[in-house]
Design a protein around this ligand. Structure first.
Ligand code: ADP
Length: 598
């Protein structure tokens, strides 16, 4: 329900009061007396229609002949009235106006409004409670709002989680324990109380936790770390207590705390510390100590910032097992694609290996998205099955955004972009440690790229040699080099390349120990390895200046090499750029064919 301002309720109250006191109650009480004008009274007297009449000090009350209706009218100076009335046959007496019973009038004017107020108050109170505590009554502050999934509702099994074999193997043991705890207790082994799933976003941590519950068929409590953090100090702690109470009642069961870093951050002891968070964390630590191992409550938690967790939380006896859930490798990506492709209607001959290779570095969630984008694309083009081309195009959509159909580039701009892209591809192809070119295109994308060259590794890469990194830098500078060699100018199109080349060169020198001067000294430390991996320098200012000098030297040397390679192959550069300019998109095979001609 949208929030309504208090004035809204105040207005309702006033309207109800007005209605009862001014309009409804007086109306009801006087319903029997009909008010008429003096002329009607005179006419009725003349026609002999008046039954009983009573002249009061400020008004005249009278009835009709049958004494069915009571009328009332004002007083007028009227001399012969008494005689006329007498002549008409009216009787003088008292007209009894039947007052509404005092009880009814009391009920109408007092009890009813109070009942209405009380109902309104109750309703408002409920709304406020809902907003504040998430419970139904006034005592529900601090109740945990963990969602319970039981076997039938999650339905996720290990077979739905593709790749991640090590993580699955690790968690399989937990499932086995929940099925057969005696096997473990008889030998004296106790299960870990807590298991921490760590890895980049979208790699299936939540899914794995649900799969453990799905496989073992036990209740599954799921709550996000941020839900513990409340407005009032102490509320989070009471939620933790409540969660563990519920879990113990339902044991054996699994409690899953997503984004545990929201409450489990290191306590830094600074004055500005967040009291509420610390209390919540303390409570969590106490609860985890408090219950015995082997009582059937298994706590799973997920985070993508393991280094920020409090050491007390990760020590043995609490979260004593850490399960890495990494980005999938080539085989994993292929399997994930296949798992998600089961849900869509696809043509039978699709080569998922090609798609998996193109989507290098993609997480499980991104791969699921790629499959869905492909299905949407098939619908858009009026087909009833997803084809290979849909999947290939949707990889590009996820990497670079949608095609910008109506971006208007001038002829010269298009030519420069064609040279730029061929520059990358050619420099890459003329070196020996680079990945083959898969596709080159100069169709602008919504991400802002005016074109791109896609290079795809053949298999998995776990190690990169110095030569490969250096050649990657050369390839990145190839675009700008082609502009210089062929167009005699330089453009802003290289900004992204410049950023990437600099980052790579800097990492080679400060993290990978690939410069002769610094040997194997770490000059930078990486934070948040799962969230982009920012690095911060850890060295003296003089050293920083030296690092900058070496980075420039490294990139400059590779840029020169790229320019030399392109100048030596000027004729091929022109031919390929012309071809790309004509076609807009060319495949790696077409590129290699022209390159190897003559
Ligand atoms: P996390 O908790 O690690 O951020 P989730 O478990 O919420 O990621 O995954 C998000 C979605 O990504 C899932 O719903 C699923 O569709 C997809 N996904 C991620 N990893 C996998 C995987 N290994 N196998 C199949 N689907 C996956």
């Amino acid at each position: 329900m949208p929030k309504k301002p208090l004035i809204f309720y105040a207005l309702i109250v006033m309207a109800v009061m007005l209605f009862f006191n001014l309009i409804a109650v007086p109306k009801m009480m006087q319903a029997q007396v009909i008010e008429t004008d003096y002329g009607t009274f005179m006419d009725m007297t003349e026609e002999g229609d008046v039954g009983i009449v009573e002249v009061q000090t400020n008004q005249i009350l009278f009835t009709d002949k049958d004494e069915q209706r009571i009328y009332k009218t004002g007083l007028m100076p009227d001399d012969g009235l008494t005689e006329r009335l007498h002549d008409s046959g009216a009787r003088f007496g008292s007209v009894i106006v039947e007052e509404t019973s005092p009880l009814l009038s009391f009920v109408l004017s007092w009890v009813l409004p109070i009942v209405v107020f009380a109902a309104l108050g109750y309703f408002m109170n409920r709304q406020l409670m809902k907003r504040a505590g998430g419970g139904s009554g006034a005592m529900s502050f601090g109740k945990s709002n963990a969602k319970i999934y039981v076997k039938s509702t999650t339905g996720i099994r290990f077979s739905d989680v593709a790749g991640e074999d090590e993580a699955k193997e690790n968690l399989m043991e937990i499932v086995d324990y929940l099925h057969n705890p005696k096997k473990y207790s008889s030998i004296g082994a106790s299960m870990p109380k807590g298991i921490l799933l760590v890895g980049p976003p979208g790699t299936g941590k939540t899914m794995l936790a649900k799969a453990v519950a799905g496989e073992s068929g036990v209740p599954f409590f799921s709550i996000s770390g941020s839900e513990f953090v409340e407005m009032f100090v102490g509320m989070g702690a009471s939620k933790v207590r409540d969660l563990f109470k519920q879990a113990k009642e339902k044991a054996p069961c699994i409690v899953f705390i997503d984004e545990i870093d929201a409450i489990g951050k290191k306590r830094d002891g600074q004055f500005s510390g967040n009291d509420e968070r610390e209390q919540t964390l303390n409570q969590l630590l106490t609860e985890m100590d408090g219950f015995e191992g082997n009582n059937g409550v298994i706590i799973l938690a997920a985070t993508n910032r393991p280094e920020s967790l409090d050491p007390a939380l990760t020590r043995p006896g609490r979260f004593d097992r850490r399960v890495p859930v990494e980005l999938p490798d080539l085989k994993g990506r292929e399997e994930i694609l296949k798992v998600h492709a089961r849900k869509i209607a696809a043509e039978p001959n699709i080569d998922y290996n090609v798609i998996a290779r193109m989507a290098s570095g993609a997480s499980g969630a991104e791969l699921a998205n790629i499959v869905n984008e492909a299905a949407l694309r098939a619908v858009r083009s009026g087909r009833d099955k997803v084809a290979q081309s849909d999947l290939e195009e949707s990889v590009e959509v996820v990497i670079a955004g949608y095609q910008k159909k109506n971006a208007i580039l001038t002829d010269t701009e298009r030519r420069v972009v064609a040279y730029h892209e061929i520059g990358h591809a050619l420099v890459s192809a003329l070196q020996s440690h680079t990945a083959p070119v898969q596709k080159i295109t100069i169709i602008p994308r919504t991400s802002g790229a005016l074109g791109y060259t896609m290079q795809v590794e053949e298999g998995n890469r776990y190690l990169m040699s110095r030569e490969e990194l250096v050649e990657q830098i050369a390839t990145l500078t190839g675009g700008r080099a082609a502009e210089e060699v062929a167009c005699g100018t330089i453009t802003t199109g290289a900004s992204n390349d410049i950023e990437k080349a600099t980052k790579l060169a800097r990492a080679m020198i400060t993290q990978y120990g690939m410069s002769e001067d610094f040997d194997m000294v770490a000059l930078e430390t990486v934070h948040n390895q799962y969230l982009g991996g920012d690095a911060s320098l850890a060295c003296s200012p003089e050293m920083q200046a030296e690092i900058d000098r070496q980075v420039i030297e490294l990139v400059k040397a590779q840029h020169q090499k790229a320019r030399r390679l392109l100048s030596e192959n000027r004729e091929k550069l022109d031919r390929l750029a012309d071809y790309l300019y004509e076609k807009e998109t060319i495949t790696g095979a077409e590129f290699m064919k022209i390159l190897n001609e003559s």
